[in-house]
Design a protein around this ligand. Structure first.
Ligand code: SAM
Length: 303
């Protein structure tokens, strides 16, 4: 179904746009819809496991890249869309001195804030952008376990970690749903960057990007996320911290996933406030259709 009859000109599926309209504040709907069709700058992180920020800036400027520094995160820069290809073909990229990563993707490890020496689990890790970011935050000290269940993606994860010099990471080709039962109460911090319907990755110029999307897929994804999240909670030591995130808008994959664990675990878990250095954030939803979610979900953040 297409959205030709909808007031906003977008080729995205009508049902998706209607749901977005119910999720986002009215004032930001049009901008959000436009963001599916604009070409964005390419952001990257300096990999401090292998180099320094001044060395990268000097080298890339010498090669003619126009760098824009991202103020809210040190060692993070953007280049214009037309320099993306040259960046990914550069020596610095090839040698793992920089890692191309969406800005929003850098937020989850920032919120989790792993420290050197801690025990940390990345429960859905490939291709490893966040694992590498956490290894750098931990200065390659402590224990960082990265789990991935899809074989091809697992080997890509391993290659990226090797190229990025993340020597502290133990990788596991496993189903994350079984980890909590196998290693309960173990980790200081757990990241669950869950497999999802990837709605934020829809590209209005590429119908293939949403060709598999439908409500059934969203619900299937939500079922898997609930089991992964349960496993993530079980693997956490008492007093530990878990960050759950997706790149989907659907409440079934976000607030509802967390709400179901609050129902299951009661006072044994709590959702705590998050501070983000951004203005385009929205609190978690407390209502979706006929579902009401736990009040604590107001601490969740939509970017
Ligand atoms: N955190 C990654 C990064 O920043 O590079 C991206 C993770 S991606 C959103 C989710 C990953 O979970 C995919 O690589 C997918 O193959 C993997 N996955 C799917 N089902 C899984 C499961 N049952 N256990 C572990 N990983 C799973």
């Amino acid at each position: 179904m297409q959205s030709a009859a909808y007031p906003f000109a977008t080729p995205l599926p009508l049902l998706f746009v209607k749901r977005l309209q119910a999720i986002l504040p009215t004032a930001s709907l049009e901008d959000s819809l436009q963001s599916f069709s604009c070409s964005r700058p390419t952001s990257f992180r300096v990999n401090t496991l292998k180099t320094t920020e001044p060395a990268v800036v000097t080298a890339l400027r010498a090669e003619g890249f126009s760098l824009r520094r991202i103020e809210w995160r040190s060692g993070t820069y953007c280049v214009p869309p037309d320099q993306r290809r040259a960046l990914t073909e550069s020596r610095l990229f090839g040698e793992g001195l920089i890692y191309v990563q969406d800005l929003s993707s850098m937020l989850a490890p920032m919120v989790l804030a792993p420290k050197p020496g801690e025990r940390v689990l990345d429960l859905a890790a490939a291709p490893g952008g966040k694992t590498l970011q956490m290894a750098a935050m931990m200065e390659n000290r402590g224990e960082l376990s990265a789990v991935e269940s899809v074989r091809g993606r697992f080997f890509r994860l391993k290659a990226n970690l090797k190229r990025g010099g993340a020597t502290m990471v133990s990788t596991y080709l496993k189903d994350g749903r079984s980890v909590g039962a196998k290693v309960p109460d173990r980790f200081d911090r757990v990241l669950l960057d869950a497999p999802c319907a990837s709605e934020a990755r829809f590209d209005a110029n590429d119908p293939e990007s949403w060709s598999h999307w439908n409500l059934k897929k969203v619900q299937e994804s939500a079922r898997k996320q609930r089991r992964l999240l349960d496993s993530a909670i079980r693997s956490l030591r008492p007093g530990g911290t878990l960050v759950y995130c997706t790149c989907s808008f659907s409440p079934e994959e976000n607030e509802q996933a967390v709400d179901s664990q609050l129902r299951r675990y009661g006072d044994a878990v709590a959702v705590t406030p998050i501070e983000l250095p951004l203005s385009n954030v929205q609190p978690g939803l407390l209502q979706w259709g006929r579902h009401s979610y736990n009040e604590q979900l107001r601490h969740a953040v939509r970017v």
